[in-house]
Structures are given as structure tokens and as C-alpha cells.
Design a binder for this molecule. Sequence first.
Ligand SMILES: Nc1ncnc2c1ncn2[C@@H]1O[C@H](COP(=O)(O)OP(=O)(O)OP(=O)(O)O)[C@@H](O)[C@H]1O
Length: 659
Amino acid sequence: MESTQTGPERPPHSISQSEQLLFGGPLLYDTGWSSYDGAFARLSLWSMVATLPRLIVTTVRLARDADRDALRVVAAAELGRGVAQAIGLVAVNTVLAALLAEGAAADRLRDALPALVAVAVTALLGALLAAASTYGSGRLEPKVERVATERYLARAAAVELAAIEDDQFHRLLDTAQYGATSARRMIDYCVRVVNALLSLVAAASVLTVLHPVLLPLLALMTVPSMWRTLVTTRRRYQSFRTWVQHARASRVLSSELTATETAAEIRVHQVGPFLLKHFRDMSASSEAEQTRLARLDARTGLWASAWTGLASIATYLTLGALAWGGTMAMSVAGTAVLAIRTGSASLSGMVHSINNLYDESLFVADLDRLCTEAAGWAIPTGGRPIPRRPRRITFENVTFRYPGTDAPPALADVTLTIPTGRITALVGENGSGKSTLVKLLAGLYLPESGSVTWDGVPTTQADRHQLFARIAMVAQDFNRWRFTARVNITIGAPNIPIDEDRLRAAARDSGADTVVEDLPRGWDTLLARGYQGGHQLSGGQWQRLGIARAHYRGAPVLIVDEPTAALDAKEEQRVFDQIRDLAAAGQTVILITHRMASVRHADLVHVLHHGRLVESGSPSELLARPDGHFSELYGIQAAQFERRAAPAGTPGAPASPLV
Ligand SMILES: Nc1ncnc2c1ncn2[C@@H]1O[C@H](COP(=O)(O)OP(=O)(O)OP(=O)(O)O)[C@@H](O)[C@H]1O
């Protein structure tokens, strides 16, 4: 696999055999598209501090959108805590000055008493305000996460199908999903930053008043831990970005092992030990990376501690020299020690929190980036209206290639008409372009060239949401929602309140009613194994539900892609009888099927071959062309029927799949 990433390459020896075998190469995160990755690598102490206001603004905005009142509580409480801390430090200085002054012990104590009370009151106030801040941020955090998650989900659901299939966009979807939890954590870090900042300001102001040399000393003591946090966070973030694909692949392995869909094959084919072995092998690669990070972090930590130790010795020697030489009163030296300890703790706490804040903000930036990109990919709202009951759908010289692939076009220069109120069948070999054609017809993809028009309105200009509303679809891979039987059908028309009569009619028409009758809790049975009370349906039973869903939707154009593949012969007959009835009642039906027996119900057949339209006509017209594609496909199936129905040497067996 080629990597265009700008971050650090993974060393070649860390590529496991499992990655090579299962995924065809090392799973690296292609960060070529990432605009901020380089910015992070260039991050310096100064730029980190410079980005602080922007980070705080971003967090405040998120918090404001989530819960304005809780934000006010947090802001007021943190401001109050900073002020209380400054007053507390000044009061400590007054207490020390009174205690270390000349005179009788009782007098000195009496003089110190008011300041002592002030120290106690500010401490109490600080505790109350801290509690208020904890309450406010505790209320804010889940709301911020919810607002961010909603943004993510809403944007992801509104984009074109092509975006979901675009690997770069999908990767962004992958990383942006962390944005919501990061947004939640940003609140916590932001509160910590503001808190540390205020207590630092309090300590620094007191130190400046006490002696001008104390402030640079404070900075000297804190710089090493700032450097350490910066270096380790940056390293860990880059590592995360590089390994995110790998982590995703490991998750795929574990979910394959536990999924209900794979359970039978895993057991019969004894795939479990094979997957486990590769899981272990892949985990070994990421464990090696964690060990590398731990070794580097330990080395950085050691350097930082040595530097801090030297800086502390220098600070306390300076303080001692000042007090010894009489330049500084003992009370001032005492307060200075206290203020330096408070200040350096605040400063390193602040650096740590800023780093975390910055780190989280990168994931929130991914989320923001997703929202921006998703807006570009969004299915446009508005456009030319589509008649409630369209009369004809036409393809004119339509060519379409799946975005991001260099394979030949899935559809090439296709021109055809789909009359409404009739059954039109699409026929052709696997991969000939039938499903692609209906996706273009439904406006899920737009043609590369040529046009698909609904009553003269090209899908490129149409109100696509209105167009979707005209279609009901039973796709080959229609979704098996892990919800109740009722929702599995009524989700066909999710924008209207559940209509029980319509539900029962749809179930009756599709044969889903007999499926539901046998369910342990009827309509309220959860159709998902692995949950308490969950029930699994057979493929054919699901198919009836899928058809019922399309019936319930009640749209004028019905697209059915292999609707009877999983149905028994009796059910298949029933479904086609219904499809005929629907067409007789004016519904347009577009039918994709490999079963020639089903095609005989069609009014018009379009035959596709390698993405091109090769034949069109009624079934009998097409059969009348002995060299045609349709006749060939028909002949192959007829021969199969013949062989199956009449064992070798048995004459007189029925020879037609159309009977
Ligand atoms: N999402 C996709 N991305 C890229 N290529 C695709 C995608 N879906 C289909 N194709 C390719 O487009 C071509 C036409 O596929 P399509 O699914 O339309 O065929 P089909 O006639 O419906 O096949 P089948 O009878 O097997 O369902 C195939 O070569 C297929 O590999």
C-alpha cells in the first residue's frame, strides 16, 4: 500500500505478516489530506500558548450551544475561585508578617487574627465555588457530547451515497466520530486551564509585589514540565494518527469473531483460531508501538525531572540568599515559597491541560472538517419539482463510472425509457449494471454524462428529496433493522405517524402477516439475535418484511431487485401476482431478476451486457430473436430446467423456465 502521509512512517519491521495477508499491506493512516497534521508537528511552546484563546473560544461556543446557563455557572465559579485564591495568598502574607514581627506572642497572634479569618473564609469560598463549577461542568459535558454527536450523525446521514463510498470521506467519518467525546473532554480541560490560569495570575501578582526576581524563577521551574508535556503529547498524537487504521482493523477482527452473521461459518469452517492468531499478531505490532512510546516518554520525563530539580535548587538558593542578605523579610520569603509552589503547580497543570485541550481540539477539528466537507457532499435541498405520479423516466446516453475507480464505466451510453404504470424488467449477467441503473434512476448517483430525466426533469436539477419520496425500493441488500417487526415495516414511511391499518394491509399483501403471527411477541418482537427477547428470521421471512416495507411506503415507483431470491416457489408466485396487480392498478414497477420465469410478467424488458443496453422489447419480441442476448440467457436457464426436470435420457420433460 502506498502512503502519502506527512506524519512519521511506521518502521518497516513493525508490519506484521497478518496485515500483509489479511489486508494486503501495512494499514497506515493516509494523512495526506490532513491540513493540521503538519501544524501539530511544528507546534512550539509559544504557538501552543498563542492558540489558547482560540481553543477557549471553540469550547465556549460548544458549551453555549449545549447549555448557556450551565456555562454561566462554570464561568462565574471559576472567576470567583481565582479571586479567592489571590485574596487568600495576600492574607497568608499578612498572617506571616504579623507572626514574624517584633513584640509579645499574644499581640502578634491578635494582629494576625483578622488575616487568619480571611484565609479561612477564602478557603471555604474556594471549596463552595469548586463544587459549583463541578456541578456546572458535569451538567455541560454530556450535553456538549450530545450536540456534537447530533451534528456528526445529521451531517453523515445527509450526504450523497458517493460520499459514503469515498474512501477519504469515510476515513474522515472514522476519525471525526471521536470529535464528540473530545468536545466533552474539552469542557473539562478548558475549566482546568481557566482555573489554573486564574490561580497562576493570583500567584504571579503576589510574587511580583513581593520581589521582581521571583517571577522569572517561577517560570524557570515550570518550563521543563511544559516541554515534557508538549513533546509527549505530540508524539502520542502522531502515533495515534498513524495507527488509527490498524486499530480499526483489529476491531474488525474482533467484531467478526463475535458477530451473529459470521457465527455459523466461524464454527463449521473453524475460523476462530485463525482469526485469533491474526488478532494476536496484529496486537503485537501495536504493543511494540506502545512500548516504543513508553520508552521515549520515560527518557523525556527523566530529562525534564533533572531540569526541574536544577531549577528548584537555583530558586531556593536565590530565596535563601535574599533572606540571608536581608534584602527580603522572612515573612516575604515564606509567602514566596507558598506562592511559588502554588504558581508552579498551576503552571504545570495548566500546560498539561492546554496540551490535552489542544489534543482534543484536533479531534473536534476533524468533526468541524467533516461538517464542512459533508456540506459540500450534501444532497442539495430544493430543485425542480417531480410530479406526484410521473409518466415516464428516460435515460439518454447515460455513462456512469463509480467515483474513485478506474474500472470501465458501470454504465456506458445507455438510452432507454421506463414507462410508468407498467412492469419493466432489467435483465443481464452479474455485474452488467442493473443495480447501478436503478441507483441512477433513483437519483442516488448522478450520471457522468448524458441525463436521467423524470417527466423531462433531469435528476441533476430535480428536488432529490421529492424524487426519493416517489420511490419505494426493495434492494438486494435491503436493511434488516435491528428493531421490532412493527418498525421494520413502518420505517418504510418514517415521516408519518405509524398507521396500523396500513401496516396490516402491507403485511397481508406481502405475506409478512404469517411471519409475524408466528413471532413470540407478534409485532413487538425484536428482530435481532443477541438481545434479550431477540428473534432471528430466515432469509425468506426477511424478504417478505422487506417487500411489506416497500408496500407500506406506498410510492408510485416500486423498484424490486431480486425480490424473490429467498422465497419458496409458492411465495414467489404470490409476490409476482401482487406485482402484476400493482402494475394493473397504475404502479410503476422496475424489476431486476435473474429468473426468467419472473420476466414473463414484464411489459418491457431491457437487457444489459457489460454496462451497455443490448436489447429492449417485450418478452415475446425478445424471444423471437434467436441470436439475441435474452434468448441466450433464456436458453441457458431452459436447459437447466430440462436437465433438472428430466434426468438423463428421460424424454418429454417441460422445457421452459417461463412456465
Ligand atoms: N459501489 C460500487 N463501487 C464501485 N464499483 C461498483 C459498485 N457497485 C457496483 N460496482 C461495479 O459496477 C459494475 C456493475 O455492478 P451492478 O451491481 O450494477 O451489476 P448488476 O448487474 O446489478 O449485478 P448483479 O446481477 O450481480 O447484482 C460491476 O462491475 C461492479 O463491480
